[in-house]
Design a protein. Structure first.
Length: 152
């Protein structure tokens, strides 16, 4: 059971952080270099339409498997500081995603649908900054997961 939970945890994290890395480091620069706002903004709205359901699944799997693993190891009183840091960062990342999903994302979709490109651009910029923050937190979590006992 432990190996299955850990595998699901790592797969969910890989999908989420990998998707953010691809979107932020490859898709965004390519779209900015080749597409006008009238094309780029609907593209990102559709990209998020496809990616965010996967993020929801990843977040649910991460929270469930993460806490299950912690409690299987004896609970927060027993696990190392690295596990506490991973849990804290993961919770912050989840809150940031939920905020993106329920605030700037619907505003982006509405602005794209109504043709309000300046408003859509503002919302996309908010989402971009928050995804950059979550990507940084996700990469830091990888460092903590791999080297946590050595650095904490």
């Amino acid at each position: 059971m432990h190996n299955l939970l850990l595998t699901l945890h790592i797969l969910a994290f890989t999908i989420w952080v990998g998707g953010m890395f691809f979107a932020h480091m490859a898709l965004r620069p390519a779209a900015q270099a080749t597409l006008e706002p009238a094309q780029r903004l609907p593209l990102f709205s559709r990209v998020f339409d496809g990616f965010f359901p996967w993020v929801w699944l990843a977040v649910l799997l991460l929270v469930a498997s993460g806490y299950w693993l912690i409690f299987r190891m004896g609970g927060f009183a027993v696990v190392g500081l690295n596990v506490h840091v991973m849990a804290l960062i993961g919770n912050v990342m989840a809150v940031i995603f939920v905020y993106i999903y329920f605030s700037p994302y619907p505003k982006l979709r509405a602005a794209v649908s109504s043709g309000d490109l300046p408003q859509a651009a503002n919302q996309l910029a908010r989402i971009r900054r928050l995804i950059a923050l979550n990507l940084s937190l996700g990469l830091a979590t990888i460092v903590v997961a791999v080297a946590g006992r050595l650095i904490l």
